[in-house]
Design a protein around this ligand. Structure first.
Ligand code: FES
Length: 106
């Protein structure tokens, strides 16, 4: 099975290619959610928007629900963020989380 490296800050983990990025982040213990969103989020349905990340590297194309949510305030599609719960890891990645409840403030 092919594997990919995912980097967050100084930390790096390896996961199977095609794994869900939200699952990878949570397993690594990285801060996918900010503040209250740690307790209150949609658990990966793509509707709350709080798992937003800046991603460098190859992930799956945007799902319909992801596109809808990232086009809805406080997100804007032109910010170029992605929702971890909707992304499959398809190559080596570097991810970064912004500030704010939705993680959209860089
Ligand atoms: S966990 Fe809610 S949009 Fe990803």
């Amino acid at each position: 099975m092919e594997h990919c490296k995912v980097q967050y800050g100084e930390s790096c983990v390896v996961c199977p290619r095609g794994e869900n990025l939200r699952v990878v982040m949570l397993r690594a213990g990285w801060p996918l959610y900010n503040g209250l969103a740690r307790q209150i989020h949609c658990r990966g349905l793509g509707t709350c928007g709080t798992c937003a990340l800046r991603i460098h590297g190859n992930v799956s194309t945007m799902t319909a629900v992801e596109k809808w949510r990232l086009n809805f305030p406080p997100h804007r599609l032109d910010q170029g963020l992605r929702l971890a719960c909707q992304c499959q890891v398809l190559g080596d990645l570097t991810v970064a989380k912004g500030a704010g409840l939705w993680g959209h403030k860089f």
